[in-house]
Design a protein around this ligand. Structure first.
Ligand code: CA
Length: 227
């Protein structure tokens, strides 16, 4: 059974989220303040964290920073919850490395889809495991990425995004399709998630960042620049 930590100070939301997750057979632990959430994360090592940004004692950003500094918690996928109006918070959260976000009010159904999509990304896959292109090597079993022999530290979400783009080399990928496939978004969304992840991915790829091309009005495509 997979465990999900809910860090949310609004009791109604906390209970609603926890109820919906447990109905889907997840086990949940929760906290109404950031500091307790952080210690729960360290003692339980949950499979995923739903993190509200506005939390008492220690806010969500602080909690997130601490999680990423600790080798035991740094790889736990995080979905941030934000108030609708806080676009700056959303961008800051994504740039810090959050995997996804939802703005309040959100539907529990949407949250469940995002949770499942995110957990699926972390799982290992079967079949042919090594994908190679432009000196980038992806190992689908370990989720490791190498450029030549150097290991590049990608989050599972960044890995999945890069994998999809490379597997469909030269074919423009529609924004909404990517949001649906990688993040589980149900419908057309004007989301910051995709662009922020592409930006981070390009930074990590360094000189090979040119491999990921922006296709205006469509989305992104991968081009093998070495072959
Ligand atoms: Ca709050």
């Amino acid at each position: 059974m997979q465990t999900i930590l809910i860090a949310e100070d609004e009791k109604d939301i906390r209970q609603l989220v926890s109820f919906n997750l447990e109905r889907e057979s997840f086990s949940t632990i929760s906290s109404g303040d950031g500091k307790t959430a952080l210690s729960l994360a360290r003692s339980n090592i949950p499979d995923l964290i739903i993190l509200d940004l506005m939390l008492p004692v220690m806010d969500g950003f602080e909690v997130f920073k601490e999680l990423r500094l600790d080798s035991r918690t740094k790889d736990i996928p995080v979905i941030m919850l934000t108030a609708k109006a806080q676009l700056d918070d959303i961008i800051a959260g994504l740039e810090m490395g959050a995997d996804d976000y939802l703005t309040k009010p959100f539907s529990p159904k949407e949250l469940m889809l995002r949770v499942k999509a995110l957990l699926k990304r972390v799982k290992t896959s079967t079949g042919s495991t090594i994908i190679e292109s432009s000196q980038i090597r992806l190992d689908k079993n370990t989720l490791h990425c190498f450029i030549r022999e150097e290991k590049i530290d990608l989050t599972p979400t960044e890995f999945k995004l890069l994998l999809i783009l490379i597997e469909r080399e030269g074919v423009p990928q529609n924004r909404n399709d990517l949001l649906r496939e990688v993040w589980g978004y149900r419908e057309t969304a004007n989301s910051r998630t995709l662009d922020t992840h592409v930006k981070r991915l390009r930074e990590k790829l360094g000189e090979l960042s040119r491999c990921i091309e922006t296709v205006r009005g469509v989305g992104y495509q991968y081009r093998n620049i070495i072959s």
